[in-house]
Design a protein around this ligand. Structure first.
Ligand SMILES: N[C@@H](CCC(=O)NCCCC(=O)O)C(=O)O
Length: 254
């Protein structure tokens, strides 16, 4: 039997030419393999065709990817989006339920950027639709005209909050991260514990306080060059360890 845990990776819907596709970025799939040591399995945004309990029973972990699209604001009772905002309602339909079910089932979970925002919404939190217009915050968006290396380069530190999972994982009190998002956590959902903050006070990471397994969301992108950044690697390795533990439990039950 394979020692690689099977890790579901959420897909976005995308029209390519005349055809609709379900896609997941290469960097997420590679980070699952090289950072977490897992076998990535892309999960299409086909909520109506997926039996969630059966899917979760076959998974050792779940990675919620980032995306240029934004969660539709009606999911958090927010005002309508500005005209032209990119949404992906099929992805919302899948992920918001899947997140709650995964945590209930003890499936290890790592949410990145949109995935982190989805976790907050799934548990009853709300989002700033434009962080840069919301008050004391810096502009957390990338410059879309700069090379990818620059867009995903280190932009600001995050401050690890004492007494939490990040501290137990041995992450330093402060480390530098990238920043590639326009939205952010406004009201933190009940049951989420802040793990790290940006210097402007924006929530950059949380864990699900009473989750049976690893359940972490990060606003930054640890999948980017995961092997080159010690804190990114620590997060993916901890996620992979939790997935291997679940895989061993699942095998023991066979
Ligand atoms: N659209 C949201 C989430 C931002 C996000 O996930 N960015 C990543 C884009 C592409 C990728 O790296 O997968 C927001 O703007 O806050």
């Amino acid at each position: 039997m394979s020692s690689q845990p099977l890790i579901g990776v959420t897909a976005c819907t995308r029209q390519i030419g005349l055809h609709p596709f379900h896609i997941a970025g290469d960097k997420y799939l590679r980070a699952v393999a090289v950072g977490a040591g897992g076998l990535p399995l892309v999960i299409p945004a086909l909520a109506e065709l997926i039996d969630t309990p059966s899917l979760l029973a076959g998974l050792d972990g779940l990675l919620l990817t980032g995306s240029p699209s934004n969660v539709e604001p009606h999911h958090y009772q927010g005002p309508d989006s500005a005209p032209g905002t990119h949404h992906d309602p099929a992805r919302d339909r899948l992920t918001l339920n899947l997140i709650r079910a995964a945590v209930d089932a003890g499936v290890p979970l790592l949410g990145i950027c949109r995935g982190f925002q989805e976790m907050n919404v799934a548990f009853g939190g709300s989002l700033y639709q434009k962080v840069h217009e919301a008050g004391p915050f810096m502009d957390h968006r990338e410059d879309p005209d700069s090379p990818l290396e620059v867009q995903y380069g280190l932009r600001h530190p995050v401050m690890v909050q004492p007494g939490g999972l990040f501290e137990r994982l041995g992450l330093p009190a402060s480390f530098a991260v990238n920043s590639v998002h326009g939205q952010g956590v406004e009201r933190l959902a009940p049951g989420l514990r802040v793990e790290a903050l940006a210097p402007d006070g924006l929530v950059e990471a949380f864990s699900v306080a009473d989750a049976a397994g690893f359940a972490v969301g990060v606003q930054f992108h640890p999948e980017w060059r995961v092997r080159e950044h010690p804190a990114y690697l620590t997060l993916f390795q901890a996620f992979g360890d939790a997935c291997r533990q679940r895989a061993a439990q699942r095998r023991a039950m066979l």
